[in-house]
Design a protein around this ligand. Structure first.
Ligand SMILES: [Fe+2]
Length: 409
């Protein structure tokens, strides 16, 4: 459905902002790909590029934003010219990790939007852009099965939807949707919504859908999906535990068979389910979940640009006399847990012995945003100089703080 704009306090992103996020993604992928780390790049910044409906496996560079592209329109023009007019589309999952501002706005949206129920600790944002006639992956059902809120940043975009009831009663449609093939025969059965820049669309997680261009115009939209961090982490851990147990089960299969026969398998699976349920309720598991949730929170809250970027420089040491300042736009996120303080910046998390003084120190550097000296901080807060120096060194190693010239120089 199309949601009245009055339900939202402000536009979630301007075209210029969203273009800068795309630029940040492009910069990251360009750096990683040129240092031959494509697999790593793919896992950290899941990006799919489709050209004429085919998923591109290499030679991404011409489709990424280049420093000379001054605007979204100029970027689309340049790609169109250099690719001989090929139509392309880019899908980026978790684009919120490149922008603290986007992350903060998405969190705000999660708490203020009341259009559907649900616990919203995690917000994931996906970007879709290009001048593709139809989504490269065709009509599909999102794996997360959650409601989607989609915001049109620029251009017009048509979305088509089919309910689960329709698809399950039309096997031919189901087959064609599953194989991402042509869906022309079912367009008449679809619910169609045309969105323009500034429009919000919402659809249930159970609806099959596909995006299309209107009049071949380029468009850019952002999709927001809300998740519960605890459920999300539980799912991940349970899946991991389940895979481990199944692997053990297969190894110990009777008579050397690769898999147990059906009768045995069914009772073993029941035992396995019981085991997983017991594990879910154990204290060890709760501790693991708590730790993972905090880490998740840290990685999502961290004020830097990427969860794992840039790589920490382990040889960085900050002297006691040095004046340092917070790097632009990077906040130091921190939280207390079991007597420790976890602090994070630019995608990295560290631990320190917890104390009120340390929490005050983090608050003060985030709020003042002016250069501070390590020795000065040590005299203001009752924290050992050595400890303070380690913390500042860690932050400096990921460029969250940088040495600043002394005003007396
Ligand atoms: Fe989708």
């Amino acid at each position: 459905m199309l949601i009245p704009k009055s339900e939202f306090a402000q536009p979630i992103a301007t075209e210029a902002e969203a273009f800068e996020w795309l630029r940040a993604v492009s910069r990251f992928l360009t750096t990683k790909l040129s240092s031959s780390q494509p697999a790593e790049a793919q896992s950290q910044m899941p990006t799919r590029i489709f050209v004429e409906g085919r998923l591109l496996q290499k030679d991404f560079a011409p489709f990424l934003v280049q420093p000379s592209d001054r605007s979204f329109a100029a970027y689309i023009r340049r790609v169109t010219e250099t690719s001989g007019g090929e139509r392309f589309g880019i899908a980026i999952n978790d684009i919120q990790i490149v922008s603290q501002e986007l992350w903060a706005r998405a969190r705000e949206l999660a708490t203020t939007y009341k259009g559907f129920a649900g616990n919203r600790d995690i917000v994931r944002v996906s970007a879709f852009l290009g001048n593709y006639p139809r989504s490269g992956f065709g009509v599909h059902l999102d794996e997360h099965h959650r409601h989607v809120l989609q915001y049109g940043v620029t251009g017009n975009k048509r979305m088509r939807f089919w309910s689960r009831a329709f698809v399950s009663s039309h096997p031919k449609a189901h087959r064609q949707f599953l194989s991402a093939s042509d869906y022309d025969g079912f367009i008449g059965d679809s619910i169609t919504l045309d969105g323009s820049a500034g429009d919000w669309l919402c659809w249930p997680g159970t609806y099959w859908h596909v995006g299309e261009t209107i009049r071949d115009e380029a468009h850019y939209s952002l999709s927001f999906v809300f998740e519960n961090v605890e459920t999300y982490t539980l799912e991940k851990i349970a899946a991991r535990g389940f895979c481990r147990s199944v692997a053990e089960l297969c190894k110990s299969a009777p008579h050397g068979d690769a898999f147990p026969d059906e009768g045995t398998a069914s009772s073993q699976i029941h035992e396995l389910v019981d085991e997983v349920q017991r594990a879910l309720q154990s204290q060890r598991f709760r501790n693991e979940v708590t730790g993972q949730i905090l880490t998740e929170w840290m990685s999502k809250t961290t004020g830097g640009n990427f969860r794992h970027y840039p790589e920490p420089k382990t040889d960085m040491r900050v002297g006691l006399e040095e004046r340092v300042m917070l790097a632009e736009d990077i906040e130091v996120a921190f939280t207390s847990h079991a007597g420790e303080i976890l602090y994070a910046a630019n995608g990295h998390v560290w631990r320190a012995a917890g104390s009120d003084a340390l929490a005050d120190f983090f608050r003060s550097i985030n709020s003042s945003r002016t250069p501070f000296s390590v020795r000065g901080a040590a005299s203001t807060f009752p924290i050992a100089e050595e400890e303070l120096r380690d913390i500042v060194s860690n932050l400096a190693s990921v460029s969250a703080v940088t040495p600043a010239p002394d005003p007396s120089d």
